[in-house]
Design a binder for this molecule. Structure first.
Ligand SMILES: [Zn+2]
Length: 296
């Protein structure tokens, strides 16, 4: 969809509401409490009231748009533009483009959308042959260098390798690169009967279990590492480039959501035409989060 087509389709608040309604209730309104399919609509308060149990629900309740003061039109544009821009897009430019009041509002909106993307991908696990490696993100502080360097975020990256091409990817920040953390991550991120290829870092040995096969490879210098674990290195280079170039650095506190956004788009790079609707579905399927929760 071009920008012109998008503007035509979602140019009014009403059009956005209609679209959202169809996504939430494809077979017509159903009460979230008793599932009854008839309701009164209170126009002034934008509420549906169930004719059976009296429960009142709004179009946006239970979604990331709940209680928003920003028009859906602007939300839709933000989702469209975030899904379209492969390298990410700064909230500063979105705030200007969409005439959003205050950076805090656009920042919060962006992170709510990222949370929806993260929640969506959290339900998938990686399968088959997986490359796994870790990298450090963020500005370095004086002190320890290399694995476990001071002030840096440890990020573990896993990428499925399907016939010489990457499949799905996951990236997670971990407090330390200990065997315990790798084990926890493997439990939530990897499917069963997978083969995980890593370098010789001792914590990765924990990946060998009755559910998984661990395949440590000899990496040697940096150039060889790119050869034996090509896809994790490509992805790490790409996201670091985006964080530097587009977001001008990201604090460790919010890094996970940026990682999720990057992976979400990467995992759906072959479905670009449906990107907007997919993100919107994710936003509808996830409850909202407040500014203070995001900052916590
Ligand atoms: Zn009801």
């Amino acid at each position: 969809m071009s920008l012109i087509e998008f503007q035509k389709k979602f140019g009014t608040e009403k059009a956005c509401q209609k679209h959202l309604f169809r996504l939430r209730w494809p077979e017509g309104y159903h009460c979230p409490r008793c599932d009854y399919n008839q309701a009164y609509f209170h126009r002034s308060r934008h509420l549906y009231q169930c004719k059976a149990c009296g429960y009142q629900a709004s179009l946006t309740a239970g979604t990331i748009f709940h209680k928003t003061r920003t028009p859906l039109r602007k939300w839709f544009w933000m989702i469209f533009l975030m899904g379209r821009q492969k390298s990410g897009i700064s909230m500063c430019s979105l705030q200007r483009m969409l005439e959003i009041k205050g950076y805090k509002t656009s920042w919060t909106m962006g992170h709510k959308i990222r949370k929806a993307m993260a929640d969506r991908d959290a339900s998938y696990t990686l399968a088959g042959l997986i490359e796994m490696d870790d990298s450090y993100f963020g500005a370095s502080k004086p002190g320890k260098r290399g694995r476990g360097a001071a002030g840096k975020a440890n990020v573990v990256v896993g990428v499925e390798t399907r016939e010489e091409r990457p499949g799905f990817a996951k990236m997670h920040q971990v407090p330390t690169l200990s065997a315990h953390q790798i084990h926890e991550l493997a439990y939530t991120s990897l499917g069963e009967e997978v083969v995980v290829r890593t370098d010789g870092w001792r914590s990765y040995r924990v990946l060998n279990s009755d559910r998984r096969t661990h395949e440590p490879v000899v990496v040697g210098d940096g150039r060889n590492a790119v050869k034996v674990l090509p896809w994790v290195h490509t992805l790490i280079a790409n996201i670091k480039g985006n964080i530097r170039g587009v977001y001008h650095g990201v604090s460790n506190k919010h890094l996970d959501r940026y990682l999720a956004e990057f992976c979400y788009r990467f995992n759906r790079r072959f479905w670009e035409p449906q990107m907007f609707d997919r993100i919107l579905v994710a936003c509808v399927g996830t409850s909202t989060v407040s500014y203070s929760e995001l900052r916590a």
